[in-house]
Design a protein around this ligand. Sequence first.
Ligand code: TPP
Ligand code: MG
Length: 545
Amino acid sequence: MSTVTRIDQYLIAQLQAHGVGHVFGVPGDFVLQFMDTLTKSSLRLVNTCDEQGAGFAADAYARVRGLGAVCVTYGVGGLKLCNTAAEAFAERSPVIVISGAPGVAERARHPLIHHKVRDFDTQKKVFEQLTVASAVLDDADTALGEIDRVFAAALRYKRPVYLELPRDMLAVRTRHHHVSSAAPQVSDAATLSAALAEAVALFNAAEQPVLLVGEEVHRFSLQQAVLDLVEHANVPVAATILGKSVIDEDHPAYMGIYQGGMGREEVRAYVESSDCVVMLGMMMTDVNLGVFTARLDRTRCINAVSEKLSIGHHVYEDVLFADFVHGLASAELRPRELAGHPASQPAPAYEIGDPRCRITVERLFQRLDRFLSEDTCVIADPGDALFGAANLTVHQSTAFLSPAYYASLGFAVPAALGVQLAAPHLRPLVLVGDGAFQMTGLELSTVARYGLNPIVMVLNNGGYVTERYILDGTFNDILPWRYHRLPQVLGAGRGFVVETEGELDAALAAVEGYVEGFSLIEVMLDKMDASPGLKRLAAGLAAAR
Ligand SMILES: Cc1ncc(C[n+]2csc(CCOP(=O)(O)OP(=O)(O)O)c2C)c(N)n1
Ligand SMILES: [Mg+2]
């Protein structure tokens, strides 16, 4: 027998039951009552400066914790989450988007209630495009079942979902009227064993098999299974840029990032000359494939993702990604000698000759490679922060976050909120361009308010250098802020400005010891100084125009 519950309390209980401890958001009159109930529960409401900040924070939280939640008001709040929900959809991050809304009764009485756009269901229709399930909880008979359905979709597809709460429904007491009929998803046993048999035969016959792993390994929590596979077969492994850090980067079998013609040449040569490339959970995007410079002949590829499995030209249906990965990890694979592959390069020795030497992008990332500790989580914004960081060695699985495919600027600073609240033992190192920082950097205010201590490094190259390499013009210039003075405005944190190698060393030493608040290091770079990765990618994108 199901018990009678208030709709708002049922929703809160579901968030708690699924491991969500924090909800990010900005209030508004349509969501005030729900927020009030939320703050009286064990969930913590984290008030950001802007809804987009809340959306990015919830996305990062979901990537670290497995599920995130964001809560905003109708229209003005909800519609500001389109971009972050789109990112979560594109890169598979399960975020529950909760929007307050006008009550059912007031909708019937008044056609023009503030924040409404076209129709009362306009926002819901927009979110249907950006999520895998959505519901307006306007019917007490179905509300609890709808919450279950929407949560289940987020967890199954690892993508965002949308729940709209008409404000007069929150306190309505109801019960489950329908027993959920959704059968648990299982693989078809015969198809799974046929797929595994073909994969194992291809793998065992190969001279030089290789593994390529992507972000879905992380989303579906298969890191350990992949590691078992690597160790059990002694097979070298590379990651995609979006999947960076799904595999232990200190592992001897790890080669680094594979990115077609845009990545390290030795990795490309090894992968592309392999006679069996096992691709697990990687999206075939332009960025992952080095603007389609990758040469991965399908006849030599096993390609498993959550929605598809192909081996050579054979396509298998009804095989769950996780079952296939686990099956492969425990299959009888011919073990190899781990030799001859281009192992990930240890950080080159970093020594300062003249401390007055101006800092460059190349030297900055060399120095940062030495700075990363076991507890650092690198969060890179798109731009040279990401391209430069691609070759950093992080020392924990999932200690690197970046929207490397959807590539929305402004992710990294708010993401630090999500990461540090989801995993307090991690200290984020945020790498962010000056252009991106001008978009969402003010969420440092939220960082300060909640007592967090990320290290935020603003790469100040006077504007949009990534765009400059594709096509330059005055549209790539921005107002030169004095970023390092922001702590004075906020009355919190510490600011540093770095122009030389000596100053970089001093700033890094200082921030290591300062854990009471956030640190902001502004690194002054030449306008056209950029990493080799950025130059290669920008040239590829310019040619693709
Ligand atoms: C929200 C958003 N707007 C615009 C872009 C297009 N864009 C890609 S890179 C870039 C420049 C980024 O500048 P900055 O953050 O300073 O990094 P840099 O390229 O200088 O390293 C722009 C505008 C984007 N990716 N995301
Ligand atoms: Mg810039």
